[in-house]
Design a protein around this ligand. Structure first.
Ligand code: ARG
Ligand code: ZN
Length: 878
């Protein structure tokens, strides 16, 4: 049942071409797959062909046009085995299966969403459509014919270019699509339905004319304009930054309401969760705009990093995902603002990847075994995977990194390849040996980088010692020293960077502002330092590590105000607050609402009030760390109520002390200004809304939030006000009125309803369990729609620390009950939400024991899906 990387071997049969005919009817679909195959050289004639299936029903099987005798094959729901196949000649196997898309609630394979037929095949969904060599190293060209009723499905789409269409009589019609590029089955897609569309032309750098199309449910296509704009910008960026052009005549995007993930990069036919396509200022926040831009770019960039070059096996998932996240992060940094984007990426890494890497679900960026591959679409594979690519770029420099990428595209275009092959391209292009660096892909866990400093005034010498440690965790994948790029600066009292030239002793090298630590420890000496410099280390988060830097308070405060590297200026301030909150939230006997040091608050306010800085940066600079982040820092015997109290108290203290600053920020903000989704306008709104949150914390008066809710002319300002009300003024009658108002205005809009559910699910209170239980009975709640489940159950379980962790354990119980129900409908989503229990060992004993019991009860449920069982069992593992 466990698949191992070391077991990899190629298939016994080669696949040369695929022809599919999909006939769609109400209540059923008939699929005919014609596969051109041949036995691989050296494979004995006695070896049968074994094809994957999943819940399939075979209706017919033919070999070169003749029905196959029943004693020559075995068909079960999950495999088709055919014997006595030709020894070397090519043969055509024609397989017919029959499906019921309407009953496919797992949303993997072919299913129907609001009447629209669509597919999701990554990772192993194609085998739910037909029997197949369903693995990423089996590549072939596909020709697809779709037939359906004209009224139910005037639009018929698949991968590649449209080649033929026509009438079939009986109110039915067909379309044929041809994809000349070899691809694995996980990139197959088909969509059919009554869809609206917008089309725009795009000409690539070398002159290829491409028609871009975005398809939506009826009546929503006007909400696709921003996605179209983001797509064009992505295409241009990939040409300019990486020299990558689009390669088909059409590029289509379809927005679907019921979708397990964010989106899917199927060749020439990206299918999206419509949350990442549909926007307008009335329904979407600035964060939604940024999300659409990123996901559109991500899926488009996969055309080269994922599709033209794909993965040999699923262990190599980071080959396409880590690299493509790195590419989408770089795109957003170029389109928006570098530092703000980097802060966002690091916040996400720490919020999602660090806890994963430090708990029982730990795994390396390239895992070496799995039971259920869908459980490995993780923050580690995606976000830490992106950090590893970023480190390669840091180590090589921009020029050699680009050369390495060029070589990768040149060498491996059309292949299904590996991380080794990827790394070899950077070695060849730069002449750098990356064999030690490759440990980052194999060793799980977050390394700690310990930094110690010493200053000798008489000798005018400043010495920095760096040490790396990695402790063996659940994955047991080793702890050898890695190659750690550490960007740094020596900041003077005036806030200017000094000369970074230093001398290394030990296993490291230094060049300009980069120390590369290669052994367990090393020290760097800087001479001619007339006064003690303030060491700004790990700039831009140049390696995904936990930093242990015991720097004196004065230097930390100086850096929080003056570090010329703005990322580190943000981090200095954010760590000061984080440390104080962890301290306050930790001690079970002390006062969790103890005062924050004045100097720390002043440092935060200095950034917030500095008009010379980007407003989006200033908003980040005064945003408090998430409660979960503080809990992770406390690490043992966490009491989420205490953490929450500490954060609340900090909000009030900062609000009071910063009152004049925040008032001034509000004065300069015009909530009636026309909405534009650009980064600068979004930053202005973010800063103003953060200020509003602090002002209401200071006054404990909901008046200004109520007024902003009523006066808001866009969803960003509306939701910001409503979040303040729902989270901090639950008893205020105006809060209920505002929540009702949002519901009544947008009852017809599922994306706003998701926000309405999520906002209430995240309101921090011990009564939240009763609130979410009531919401689960609401007519608009359904376990069938992943977005709705994530909005209610997912938000409560991950973003409501106080409610979910209610001391009597009913929060855990409620989530577990919902997951048990959900597991019978959509196991992938159930497994994903269940990861929230993984941190159980870090809580104080009473909660810890209750979570453990909840996990054990879940494990004992009969008939649990493979997906959920895998998460629950690994979470419990010692
Ligand atoms: N490849 C898709 C994306 O990143 C995600 C597919 C997720 N698949 C899954 N089984 N969870 O962009
Ligand atoms: Zn991806």
């Amino acid at each position: 049942q466990t698949v191992k990387l070391s077991d990899y071997r190629p298939t016994d049969f080669d696949l040369h071409a695929v022809e599919l005919t999909i006939r769609l009817y109400e209540g059923r679909a008939a699929v005919r797959a014609q596969l051109s195959l041949s036995r691989r050289a050296g494979i004995a004639a006695t070896v049968p062909l074994r094809l994957d299936g999943d819940e399939l029903t075979l209706t017919s099987l033919a070999l070169d046009g003749e029905a196959v005798a029943s004693d020559r094959y075995t068909a079960t729901s999950d495999a088709l085995i055919v014997e006595d196949l030709p020894e070397s000649a090519r043969f055509a196997l024609t397989i017919e299966t029959e499906l019921v898309p309407e009953d496919n609630t797992q949303l993997s394979g072919l299913y129907r969403s609001n009447g629209i037929w669509c597919t999701q095949c990554e990772a192993e969904g194609f085998r739910r459509i037909t029997y197949f060599l369903d693995r990423p190293d089996v590549l072939a060209p596909y020709k697809v014919r779709v037939e359906a009723d004209k009224a139910a499905a005037p639009v018929l789409l698949s991968n590649g270019n449209p080649v033929e269409s026509g009438d079939l009589g009986d109110d039915r019609h067909f379309a044929v699509w041809d994809d000349p590029f070899n691809k694995p089955s996980y990139l197959f897609a088909m969509v059919a339905g009554d869809l609206d569309a917008v089309h725009e032309p795009f000409t690539t750098a070398s002159g290829r004319k491409v028609t871009l199309g975005i398809y939506t449910e009826k009546g929503r296509v006007h909400q696709a304009a921003y996605a179209m704009d983001a797509l064009k910008r992505s295409m241009l960026w990939d040409e300019r930054r990486f020299g990558r052009e689009y390669d088909l005549d059409v590029f289509n995007v379809v927005a679907i309401a019921d979708f397990n993930m964010g989106a899917m990069e199927n060749k020439g036919l990206n299918v999206f969760n419509h949350k990442y396509v549909l926007l307008d200022p009335d329904i979407a926040t600035d964060a939604d705009y940024a999300g659409v831009e990123t996901v559109i770019a991500h899926e488009y960039f996969h055309n080269w990093t994922g599709n033209r070059i794909t993965c040999r096996d699923w262990f190599q998932l980071c080959l396409k995902e880590g690299l493509t996240v790195y590419r989408d992060q770089e795109f957003s940094a170029d389109e928006r603002e570098q530092t703000v984007q980097r802060i966002g990426a690091v916040r996400r890494l720490k919020a999602h990847q660090f806890p994963e890497d430090q708990g029982p679900l730990q795994h390396p960026v390239r895992p070496s075994e799995y039971r259920e591959i869908n459980n490995f679409y993780t923050a580690t594979v995606y976000d830490k995977g992106a950090e590893l690519v970023r480190m390669i770029a840091t180590l090589l420099g921009r020029g050699d990194f680009r050369k390495g990428m060029d070589l990768y595209f040149e060498r491996h275009d059309g292949e299904a390849t590996t991380i080794e092959a990827f790394i070899a391209c950077f070695e060849a292009a730069s002449g750098t040996d990356l064999s030690q660096f490759a440990r980052w892909y194999a060793q799980a866990g977050t390394p700690t980088l310990t930094v110690r400093e010493a200053y000798d005034p008489a000798a005018r010498r400043f010495e920095v010692t760096l040490r790396q440690t990695l402790s063996e965790g659940a994955a047991g994948t080793g702890t050898a020293p890695m190659v750690m790029p550490v960007r740094f600066g020596l900041v003077g009292d005036n806030g200017a960077d000094g000369d970074p030239a230093g001398t290394v002793c030990g296993d490291a090298r230094i060049a300009d502002d980069l120390i590369v630590l290669t052994g367990k420890s090393a020290s760097v000496t800087f001479e001619n330092q007339p006064s003690r410099p303030h060491l700004s280390v790990l700039r831009d988060f140049s390696a995904p590590v936990t930093l242990d830097h015991d720097q004196d308070a004065a230097s930390r405060l100086t850096l929080a105000r003056l570090d010329p590297n703005l990322f580190n200026r943000w981090r200095a301030a954010s760590d000061l607050v984080g440390d104080a909150l962890a301290e306050a939230g930790k001690d079970p006997l002390g006062d969790s609402t103890q005062p924050l040091p004045d100097a720390v608050i002043d440092a935060l306010l200095a950034s917030a009030g500095d008009d010379a800085l980007d407003p989006a940066f200033r908003a980040q600079a005064i945003a408090l760390p998430a409660e979960m982040d503080i809990a992770r820092q406390i690490a043992v015997k966490v009491d989420p109520d205490r953490v929450h109290d500490a954060v609340e108290s900090a909000r009030q203290q900062i609000g009071k002390k910063g009152y004049p600053v925040f008032e001034r920020l509000r004065k300069g903000f015009d909530p009636r200004a026309a909405f534009s989704p650009d980064a600068a306008s979004a930053g202005t709104r973010a800063l103003a809304n953060t200020a509003l949150s602090y002002l209401t914390a200071a006054t404990q008066d909901p008046g200004s939030a109520l007024r902003q809710y009523d006066a808001a002319t866009n969803m960003t300002d509306r939701m910001a006000a409503l979040a303040i009300l729902a989270h901090h003024f639950p008893e205020e009658p105006g809060t209920a009125t505002a929540l009702d108002d949002l519901y009544r205005r947008f009852e017809h809009d599922d994306l706003v309803l998701d926000k309405w559910f999520a906002l209430q699910a995240s309101a921090p209170s011990h009564d939240a369990v009763e609130a979410v239980a009531r919401l689960a009975e609401h007519p608009h709640f359904t376990l069938r729609n992943p977005n709705r489940v994530r909005a209610l159950v997912g938000t409560f379980a991950t973003a409501n620390q106080v409610g979910f962790h209610r001391p009597d354990g009913v929060g855990y119980q409620w989530v577990a009950d919902k997951l048990a129900d959900l597991d019978t409908i959509n196991p992938q989503i159930a497994a994903r939400i269940a990861t929230t229990f993984r941190a159980w060992r870090s809580f104080e004993p009473a909660r810890r024991q209750k979570i453990e019991t909840t996990l054990r009860d879940l494990r004992d449920i009969k008939g649990l899906s493979k997906d959920l069982r895998d998460i629950v069992e690994r979470s419990l593992k010692q």
